[in-house]
Design a protein around this ligand. Structure first.
Ligand SMILES: Nc1ncnc2c1ncn2[C@@H]1O[C@H](COP(=O)(O)OP(=O)(O)OP(=O)(O)O)[C@@H](O)[C@H]1O
Length: 354
């Protein structure tokens, strides 16, 4: 549990982390998601005990960790770069947490071998870290972290710098070894957040400028972002400014009924591209294809809609090969339940009710 956790690097300056309060239930995964400089790594260092708090408390199973040194917190960290000892063999790297505790060499090595098997690296014992790929090194670092017998695994951008295949391997491994470990993951990648925080109790805390923006299961962040910041961080593209009147969002798209009550006034309609349906011209909201961008197996189709008060741009997805062409007239269908209105300013309060 983080309770009002605050860190201010410069006296009188803005807080890098400002009163962060989020529960971290035992065995669950909490993701700290945010853009660069939002305070994610600071939070992780404070939890690990590597830096002092300026205010607040870090609690583990209800006990305040103030004054408990990092090595006695039963936490292990997997950093962005593996930070292995280059002069030691892979086996000795993994056995290191045992060695420093004085565990007899034979037992330490037996455990390290089992850990290497568990991360899919049997037979790599005698190699030096420099003889492994980046993904393999990260797996060794994970084996070493687990050898320390932590209750909490701190993951600081654990797959940044790895290629797609190695990333997927590390994600799969983390999901496999997770068991009842508590995970605290720092990332700027919503896909990584969604991949690792996929159990019922898992949550994502979105940070910006040291402040908590939203704390929710990842699916809710996608479906109901609380602000433009959250919508953009989750890869949202469509933002249609308008006005909320009598439960409808009024914009060039028309007067669209909203699924939940939203206070009247200015508001931005945000809709995920994968939830907008492209239908034949003549049905739905009439528009013209303004741009098509191929993204792997899908195409991102930008549709311009001219209506009362101006033009709106709405993004939709189509399977590759089935996308319309620039200039084609099309129809758009925006299902009622996927319409979310957020405040026009990034700093505004959430308007959408839960
Ligand atoms: N040791 C430090 N001394 C002074 N300022 C710091 C220090 N560490 C971080 N900061 C500042 O605190 C703020 C939050 O930094 P932090 O590293 O926690 O962000 P982050 O979200 O982890 O960013 P990134 O994704 O780039 O690592 C930033 O403005 C940063 O410049």
């Amino acid at each position: 549990m983080l309770d009002g956790v605050t860190r201010r690097y410069a006296v009188g300056g803005a807080a890098a982390l400002d009163g962060l309060t989020v529960p971290v239930p035992g065995g669950a995964c909490l993701v700290l998601l945010g853009p660069s400089g939002s305070g994610k790594s600071t939070a992780l260092r404070l939890v690990a005990g590597l830096e002092p708090l300026d205010a607040g408390r870090v609690l583990l199973d209800g006990a305040d960790l103030a004054g408990v040194p990092p090595e006695r917190r039963r936490m292990a960290m997997l950093a962005q770069r593996p930070l292995l000892f280059g002069h030691l063999s892979v086996l000795d790297n993994v056995a290191f947490p045992h060695t420093v505790r004085g565990v007899p060499r034979r037992r330490a090595h037996a455990d390290a071998r089992a850990r290497l098997d568990a991360v899919g690296l049997p037979g790599f014992e005698r190699r030096r870290p420099g003889e492994l790929s980046g993904g393999q090194q990260q797996r060794v670092a994970l084996a070493r972290a687990l050898a320390a017998g932590p209750r909490v695994l701190l993951l600081d951008e654990p797959t940044t710098g790895l290629d797609t295949g190695a990333r997927a391997e590390v994600h799969e491994l983390l999901r496999r070894v997770r068991a009842d470990l508590t995970l605290l993951l720092v990332t700027h990648d919503p896909v990584e957040a969604a991949t690792l925080a996929d159990r019922p109790g898992d949550r994502v805390a979105v940070l910006r400028d040291g402040l908590l923006q939203q704390h929710a299961p990842v699916g809710e962040l996608y479906a109901r972002p609380a602000s433009l910041t959250v919508a953009r961080l989750l890869g949202g593209r469509t933002e249609v400014p308008g006005t909320v009147r009598a439960g409808r969002h009024v914009s060039p798209l028309g007067a669209l009924q909203l699924p939940v009550p939203v206070p009247a006034g200015p508001g931005v309609l945000v809709v995920r591209p994968e939830l907008v349906e492209l239908v034949p011209a003549g049905s739905g909201i009439a528009g013209t294809v303004a741009e098509v961008r191929v993204l792997g197996a899908r195409a991102l189709v930008t549709v311009a809609v001219a209506g009362a008060g101006g033009t709106a741009r709405v993004h939709a997805e189509a399977p590759l090969g089935r996308q319309p062409a620039v200039g084609d007239p099309v129809g758009l269908r925006v299902p009622v339940d996927v319409r979310t209105v957020v405040p026009p300013s990034e700093d505004g309060e959430r308007q959408q009710l839960p």
